[in-house]
Design a protein around this ligand. Structure first.
Ligand code: ADP
Ligand code: MG
Length: 323
């Protein structure tokens, strides 16, 4: 059998909707078509990928729809809405990727898998929710919803309004990883391009011998790291809206990181070079992946994807340098 190259590829919000655009079906589909072309470029040069994706703008929209029609149609819990967003984006990605594969005569078909991610109900994140989601409310509404729904609210100064805060616990395990693994290492016979773990996965906790959904959101880069680890993948590629992770980002001294080993990346992280909630989780995901058996993590943009694997463009993080 010829050498199979495989990777877990995580795409961010900007791969799914053009920044600033309304989250309409057409706007998303247009963006996803472009994204599909770039991803299929990677497949065409011989990579089998498992694709994971964010869901920020989409879950925001779905939450709003739920909140605004609460009195007309029963509201669904957040974990169920994450499931909805996986279905919605999975559908769009699946159709668009399959169309692009067919257009190029590649005998593959995109298939999405609804994915649950295990979190610990004792995770400190549950005591201190930090992630703002959904609609803005005034103080009176926030107070009422806190009682009625048991929600926690945070005040947002810029808007002079309150927004629901949800926990963002650490992902521990991907429930469906064994099934996903069978697909990615299917070898030459494999025709499936798997989409999994959308929006960081549907957060579940274990109660006795059962899983149940919990209202939380899992960071998609950390979830991608756990997915890659669980399926014993060696390469994790995180695609975002910058070509590199930088040190001294946004200053005159800004410098692209082309190569870093674990120690270096850890030092940059500790020295505060990476934005909280944006680049820092990607670096953390890369570090954790490498510590748990991964060989290479790449952070770059969609447009540099092909050159990232062919010409070492983008930021490459490895256990030891130039591995
Ligand atoms: P995604 O949806 O892909 O996860 P994020 O906005 O969460 O996108 O993360 C990418 C953003 O991280 C970039 O647009 C950039 O503004 C920000 N960022 C923060 N620190 C850095 C850094 N040191 N190097 C590069 N980008 C950084
Ligand atoms: Mg992000």
């Amino acid at each position: 059998m010829s050498e199979m190259k495989t990777a877990v590829v995580a795409i961010g919000g900007n791969a799914l909707i053009e920044p600033g655009k309304r989250v309409t079906y057409e706007n998303q589909m247009r963006r996803i078509r472009g994204t599909s072309e770039q991803l299929v470029d990677l497949i065409q040069i011989g990579y089998d990928i498992v694709l994971t994706h964010g869901n920020g703008p989409q879950i925001g929209s779905i939450l709003l729809q739920n909140e605004l029609t609460r009195d007309e149609a029963p509201e669904m819990p957040l974990h169920a809405l994450v499931g909805e967003s996986q279905g919605l984006l999975g559908y769009m990605l699946q159709q668009s990727l399959s169309n692009e594969l067919a257009r190029r005569g590649i005998e593959k078909i995109a298939v999405s898998i609804l994915t649950q991610v295990l979190v610990d109900e004792k995770d400190p994140a549950f005591v201190k929710p930090v992630k703002p989601v959904g609609k803005f409310y005034n103080q009176e509404q926030a107070k009422r919803l806190a009682v009625e729904m048991g929600w926690v609210f945070g005040y947002e100064k810029d808007e002079d309004a309150y927004r629901r805060l949800v926990p963002s616990p650490q992902p521990l395990k991907i429930i469906e990883s064994k099934a996903i693994r069978r697909f990615i290492f299917g070898g030459e016979q494999q025709i499936e391009l798997i989409i999994a773990c959308g929006g960081g996965g549907i957060p579940v906790i274990r109660r006795g011998d059962r899983y149940i959904g919990v209202d939380a959101v899992v960071d998609k880069d950390l979830a991608a790291c756990v997915l890659a680890t669980d399926i014993k993948e060696k390469l994790l590629i995180m695609l975002t809206d910058v070509d590199y992770a930088y040190i001294d980002y946004g200053t005159e001294r800004q410098r692209a990181i082309r190569n870093a080993d674990v120690d270096e990346a850890e030092r940059y992280l500790k020295d505060g070079h990476f934005g909280e909630g944006s680049m820092a989780p990607k670096i953390l995901a890369a570090l954790r992946f490498l510590q748990l058996g991964g060989e290479r993590a790449i952070i770059t943009s969609l447009s540099k994807l092909k050159d990232a694997v062919l010409k070492a463009e983008g930021t490459h993080i490895t256990r030891v340098k130039n591995e």
